[in-house]
Design a protein around this ligand. Structure first.
Ligand code: UT7
Length: 324
């Protein structure tokens, strides 16, 4: 049979930074409130001439370099984003052209903050089915373009960035938790809760992109429960125990959500990759960027068992187990 292994990880953050002190000049807020209630100190903001595809292309180039392959070797590109360059075609098409990935087929996935996990799952299925040998999975966002900068409930939370992972097919006798590769991915959605985190517009409804609107407290309430449940579910399905996990790589929305989930799972915070203070919530980009930072800082190493979990608008939520 065939499994997917992670061959390279890349990331890109725009140079421009917006600190909590900058936000103090824009809305009625304070650095102390933002740090205390969210854990965020600053976020990166795309320059006027940057777009989701340009950030994604940079992260993709980095992942390809780290995997030691060229764009021409890609069979598939999946880009997870909530902030596409164009209504059509998919933003992945610009990335494909930018990377010279002429052999690949490419498309976007929209599952908000869980988007990278959904895209990873789709790519993993193509690889396991034997249709694709090498895939590039990207999470990229320019959330700054759909944030209402006069709404203090949301504008302090989000940032721009992109992270990318190269997956490669590897022959195996059976999928073993002791050997490298994607072990399992669990996805969930509940569309009944879509209005708790949404945009005030959309192409078909208002012919605009709209701005982010969130019932923060309600989203928070569901987040810890969904994240810890889906983590437990993927662990149970794989037949490992929580103590086998080397690192938790969670979606970065709020430090209190990350701490609450880790506590429920009884995972020490030293074993959690946290990028939130310097990045804010980058939605679909947050997990691949956390993987990228974890590898760069040498916390994440080959052979480790890592648990990923995400939760976002929809609601969507997801958990994955990977042996690096
Ligand atoms: O990525 C997808 C998933 N997203 C999330 O998981 C986000 C989930 N939600 C959250 O992270 C939190 O709910 C927030 C950070 C958005 C808000 O934190 P909170 O502790 O839930 O605050 P709150 O909404 O209950 O508001 C508490 C107070 C309110 O004032 P009153 O009504 O008590 O007078 C807010 O108006 O804090 C006020 N407030 C602010 N004050 C200063 C809200 N935003 C701000 C702000 N600065 N930026």
């Amino acid at each position: 049979m065939i499994k997917s292994i992670i061959a390279g990880v890349g990331g890109y953050l725009p140079e421009k930074v917006l600190t909590n002190f900058d936000l103090e000049k824009m809305v009625e807020t304070s650095d102390a409130w933002i740090r205390e209630r969210t854990g965020i100190r600053l976020r990166h903001i795309a320059a006027d001439d940057q777009t989701t595809s340009s950030l994604a292309t940079k992260a993709g180039e980095d992942a390809l370099k780290n995997a030691g392959i060229s764009g021409e070797e890609l069979d598939l590109i999946i880009l997870a984003t909530t902030t596409p360059d164009d209504t059509t075609p998919a933003t992945a098409m610009r990335v494909q052209a930018g990377l010279g990935a002429t052999k690949a087929f490419a498309f976007d996935v929209q599952a908000a903050c869980s988007g990278f996990m959904y895209a990873l799952s789709v790519a993993d299925k193509f690889i396991k089915a034997g249709t694709v040998k090498t895939a590039l999975v990207i999470g990229a966002e320019t959330l700054s373009r759909i944030v209402d900068w006069s709404d203090r409930n949301t504008c302090v939370l989000f940032g721009d960035g992109a992270g990318a992972v190269v997956l490669q097919a590897k022959e195996t006798e059976h999928i073993s938790t002791t050997e490298e590769g994607i072990l399992d991915i669990v996805l969930h959605s509940d569309g009944r809760l879509r209005d708790l985190l949404t945009t005030t517009g959309g192409v078909s409804r208002t012919q605009t992109a709209g701005f982010v609107h969130m019932e923060g407290r309600e989203v928070f309430r569901h987040a810890v429960t969904n994240l810890s449940n889906v983590a437990q579910e993927v662990i149970d399905r794989t037949g490992i125990s929580l103590s086998d996990i080397d690192f938790l790589v969670p979606h970065q929305a709020n430090i209190r959500i990350i701490e609450g989930t880790a506590k429920k799972l009884d995972i020490d915070l030293d074993k959690v990759i946290i990028t939130l203070p310097e990045q804010g919530n980058t939605s679909a980009a947050s997990i691949p960027l956390a993987l990228y930072e974890g590898i760069k800082s040498q916390k994440l190493k080959k052979g480790q068992l890592i648990l990923l979990d995400a939760m976002g608008a929809g609601f969507t939520w997801a958990g994955a187990l990977i042996r690096l």
